[in-house]
Design a protein around this ligand. Structure first.
Ligand SMILES: [Zn+2]
Length: 325
């Protein structure tokens, strides 16, 4: 039986979900409903207000076996002006969020106020990342893995205001060619943005798992690790296969993307003398010795040979990136 979480633990679930999907967050209101500001890459921002309860069966012989629910205790859900307001449940057993259309539940404070979701939708999210369904009253409900929380929030209006015939594609994310080049974009737009986030999260999860969340160039973990593409995403030959990825800490990811370091075909880690000379001329080579000393001679490799960086990808990548020794 999964634990029923108290508010501080639910806040931790939400924060972990946001940080695992690559967002910086700031909790400005830790009491219910949670107030959280999101920011990514210094450009995208979202102010969230989150009503969240444990999603449980709740027992009782009169209740359908396949129906789960949240019960609004303590606060009455309502929209917060100027904030993206979410009405969520956390199902600890499946490790997924459930989500309702706040517009259909705001101000709901009857005797036993609650919102329901069918188990097959929760299970669909557990298996496929994202799931949507329609309740008998016409309400669109959704469920999703934690790493899709920020993307759900960005599209909350389009999802709950959408039509099932358009949204059904969200029930099939793993079938949409995850390992393929990313120019495939399902319609409508909400589906393509959720699909892109799903692919990024899927790539990141596989790459981090392959390298045990350790930087392949310096060995640190510390949750400072990112999944870097070897052939860059923007390039025509890029894929989301694990063999086109390598786990790097934020410092070495940046160094890799700016051609200060590279991975050679023999998996050696190289520093660009050309780039260092350029930086010296610009008086920007401070710390180069300790930087060089922090690098392994060869990258650490995954346990599974199939996950090793593909040598072809390395060659293509060095050409595309314009690598100079
Ligand atoms: Zn590193």
């Amino acid at each position: 039986m999964a634990a029923v979480l108290r508010a501080p633990a639910l806040l931790e679930v939400v924060c972990n979900a946001l940080s695992d999907s690559g967002w910086n967050y700031f909790v400005h209101s830790p009491g219910k409903p949670f107030g959280i500001s999101l920011e990514r890459s210094g450009r995208e921002r979202n102010n969230l207000r989150i009503f969240i309860w444990n999603c449980t069966h709740g027992g009782g012989a009169a209740r359908a076996l396949n129906e789960y629910r949240i019960q609004f205790t303590g606060v009455v859900p309502r929209f917060y002006l100027g904030e993206t307001t979410l009405l969520l449940g956390w199902h600890a057993g499946y490790g997924v969020f459930a989500a309702w259309n706040l517009g259909m539940h705001q101000g709901q404070d009857s005797g036993s106020p609650s919102a329901q979701i069918r188990e097959d939708i929760l299970r669909g999210a557990y298996e496929n990342g994202f799931a949507v369904g329609e309740r008998a009253n016409g309400e669109i409900v959704a469920a999703f893995r934690p790493e899709l929380l920020a993307e759900y929030a960005a599209n909350v209006v389009a999802i709950h205001g959408g039509r099932m015939e358009d949204l059904n594609v969200l029930n099939e994310l793993p079938l949409l060619g995850v390992a393929e080049k990313g120019d495939y974009a399902p319609r409508p737009r909400v589906a393509s943005t959720i699909f892109r986030a799903y692919r990024e999260a899927d790539f990141s999860r596989r790459v981090l798992a392959a390298y045990s969340s350790r930087c392949a160039m310096c060995g640190i973990q510390l949750k400072l690790i990112e999944a870097a593409h070897i052939v860059p995403v923007a390039a025509p030959f890029s894929t989301d296969m694990t063999c086109n990825g390598v786990a790097l800490c934020a410092l070495h990811h940046k160094a890799y993307d700016t051609n200060l370091v590279s991975i050679a075909e023999d998996y050696g880690v190289q520093i660009s003398e050309t780039r260092v000379a350029e930086l010296r001329r610009a008086n920007l080579a401070g710390g180069i010795n300790s930087f060089a000393n922090g690098l392994q001679q060869f990258i650490s490799l995954p346990a599974d040979r199939r996950d090793y960086p593909s040598v072809d990808n390395i060659t293509i990548s060095r050409q595309i990136r314009g690598w100079q020794r």
